[in-house]
Write a protein that binds this ligand. Structure first.
Ligand SMILES: *[C@@H]1O[C@H](CO)[C@@H](O)[C@H](O)[C@H]1NC(C)=O
Length: 260
């Protein structure tokens, strides 16, 4: 009898111990869970609700370890660490316009083809809400030249003069961009000997600028323009025949650059 009682006593102690241990382990799990939630989740609302969920489980449950574990490890898969949000898309110019991200802001560019002199080309750009464009840098020069070539090829024309937004500065042998936005002289890629203003020419000074562009086919039969590939020449504003194919580069302000 005494032995039996003793055995019963041992058994009870064992059960109590097991129970207590389970409880401790569970609490450890809970604490871990809470720490993980706090560390991995920047989303306030989500973390708070999950936090209180784990917390309430800890206070109410103590019976079955496997059951409570299931509750503390809900089936919903752990969110993979959130990929850093993709940078907000840079604002772009509207359809039919290229976007140039200049230091001073966004400038939109488009190229057109047509037998126009400088003044007519300005008027044409105005119908698009723009003006003849200056060239801010080499990227814009290549952009305008590339697009001009793209438009020339289906016309089977190998060379063109592209009107730019610039005028001769009186009393100097220099030019200045006049589109109200292009700055500096980085984009003034002058051809050899230019600008010459056609000094002494009976037709008067050359007060406008054209960018000379050639298609790949041009090189099958190069002419006097061959040293002007993608370079600028000054030209008479009211003429439109050298080279005979006329084009124009229009520009206008783009959407504001948003911060962040
Ligand atoms: C112009 O075209 C060349 C050759 O296809 C290309 O490498 C370059 O990136 C283009 N530049 C621009 C600004 O479009």
């Amino acid at each position: 009898m005494k032995t039996l009682l003793f055995l019963l006593f041992l058994f009870l102690i064992n059960v109590a111990h097991a129970h207590f241990k389970m409880d401790k382990d569970d609490r450890k799990v809970i604490r871990k869970e809470i720490i993980i939630e706090k560390d991995s989740d920047e989303d306030d609302g989500g973390s708070r609700s999950r936090f209180s969920h784990s917390h309430s489980s800890s206070s109410s449950s103590s019976s079955s370890s496997s059951e409570s574990r299931e509750r503390w490890h809900p089936k919903r898969p752990r969110k993979p660490s959130r990929p850093s949000r993709p940078p907000a898309a840079k604002p772009k110019c509207e359809e039919n316009w290229y976007t140039s991200y200049r230091p001073q802001g966004i400038w939109c560019l488009r190229v057109g083809i047509g037998h126009l002199d400088y003044h007519q080309a300005q008027a044409q750009c105005a119908t698009y809400g723009g003006v003849l464009s200056g060239i801010q840098n080499d990227w814009e020069r290549q952009l305008i030249a590339n697009e001009s070539v793209r438009q020339l090829i289906p016309h089977n024309v190998n060379i063109a003069g592209v009107w730019l937004g610039a005028l001769h500065v009186d009393g100097t042998n220099t030019f200045a961009w006049n589109d109200g936005f292009t700055t500096g002289t980085e984009g003034m890629f002058m051809g050899p000997g230019q600008p010459d203003n056609a000094l002494g020419d009976a037709r008067g000074p050359q007060n406008c600028l054209q960018l000379i562009v050639m298609t790949p086919n041009y090189w099958n039969a190069p002419d006097k323009w061959q040293t002007f590939n993608r370079l600028i020449d000054d030209y008479w504003c009211h003429f439109a025949h050298d080279p005979p194919q006329r084009m124009y580069a229009c520009g206008k302000r783009g959407p504001p650059v948003t911060s962040g």
